[in-house]
Design a protein around this ligand. Structure first.
Ligand SMILES: NC(=O)c1ccc[n+]([C@@H]2O[C@H](COP(=O)([O-])OP(=O)(O)OC[C@H]3O[C@@H](n4cnc5c(N)ncnc54)[C@H](OP(=O)(O)O)[C@@H]3O)[C@@H](O)[C@H]2O)c1
Length: 304
């Protein structure tokens, strides 16, 4: 019987993992049978603050996990600029604390990271071997988290994802659906390109990967690249909203939001290592978005 800890469990990805474990089914396929009798603990900052090294070590040792999936993070990219101490505490120290605690008891760690570890100056897709160079506090804190997790526990998977949306929590899709329902026009950046990614699809790949011993860095995003404005347009169309998307540049956005973090222009990721190991089952982003919008229309916003 496998013992699993999911940290940051009330966030977007944590909730999708929870749904996968409960139903043994993700949108793109069944969850491996090896998880059928797994005992999974779900914690958030209130139960287990991952910045507290001693608390993490004691908790993990007491429960004796086989696998830890770290979904906790300070994910407010602009907020990280304002509070870099907290960003590094959660995204870097937190990752290291979990990795050390996991190593101590021989547990595997899945640590989730981001496309924002890249500078995004090259229009091509980034593979796991490409040089990093984050532009923001968020990106720097996540990169340090990756490095320290990998150094502290040899049984670590670092899974970089991007532009994530799940059914629970805040995300770009929900924001566009909300704005599109009340405005005639929204203005969205058109010169930053990346991979919109369903948290449910990511959860599925993480659970497959975690059964292997192919440790190291992975990219895991839905297939295909678009700009935020393209993504917004697809959301409006998919949600049958008539709101127009006005395209702007990052420079125009920055002029009206000077406190915002710099973001990579090209942060598209290639799932190269997934393809070379367990297989890349990630869907095109348009397909995942259509699935999400259908379910969202049925369920409504789970947060409301
Ligand atoms: N969202 C994206 O677009 C995106 C893109 C690329 C990569 N990622 C990465 O993917 C992972 C999951 O993202 P997500 O969108 O699911 O994040 P999310 O919805 O923001 O959830 C993060 C969770 O972490 C918790 N948390 C914050 N500080 C903590 C602490 N000190 N101890 C324990 N838990 C803490 C939060 O709790 P509170 O809500 O109570 O603070 C929240 O439940 C993160 O590592 C993120 O960096 C996300």
């Amino acid at each position: 019987m496998m013992r699993i800890l999911v940290t940051g469990a009330s966030g977007q990805l944590g909730n999708e993992l929870h749904r996968c474990f409960e139903t043994m089914q993700a949108e793109i396929g069944p969850i491996p049978a090896a998880y059928a009798d797994a005992v999974v603990d779900y914690t958030d900052a209130a139960e287990l603050d991952i910045t507290d090294r001693h608390a993490v070590a004691a908790f993990v040792k007491r429960e004796g996990y086989d696998l830890i999936i770290n979904c906790a993070g300070l994910t407010d990219v602009d907020g990280c600029e304002r509070n870099s101490t907290l960003a590094f505490a959660v995204n870097a120290d937190g990752a290291a604390n979990l990795a050390e605690a996991a190593a101590h008891i021989g547990a595997k760690l899945v640590h989730v990271s981001t496309d924002y570890v890249f500078p995004g100056t090259d229009p091509g897709e980034r593979t796991e071997d490409d040089a990093t160079g984050p532009l923001s506090v968020y990106g720097r804190s996540k990169l340090e988290g990756e490095q320290r997790a990998l150094a502290a526990n040899p049984q670590t998977f670092v899974v970089r994802t991007a532009w994530l949306y799940g059914y629970v929590g805040k995300n770009f899709v929900k924001t566009m659906v909300r704005l599109g329902g009340s405005l005639d026009e929204v203005t969205v950046v058109d010169d930053q390109r990346g991979n919109p990614t369903s948290a449910n699809d990511l959860a599925y790949e993480i659970l497959k990967l975690a059964l292997t011993d192919h440790y190291g860095i992975y990219h895991c995003t839905n297939e295909g690249t678009c700009s935020w404005a393209d993504f917004a347009t697809a959301i409006m169309e998919g949600a049958h909203l008539t709101c127009t998307v006005r395209r702007c540049t990052s420079a125009e956005y920055k002029a009206t939001h000077p406190e915002s973090a710099d973001r990579p222009a090209f942060s598209s990721l290639a799932n190269a290592r997934l393809a070379a190991t367990i297989g890349n089952e990630m869907r095109p982003w348009q397909e995942a978005l259509a699935n999400y919008l259908d379910t969202f229309a049925e369920l409504g916003d789970i947060n409301e």
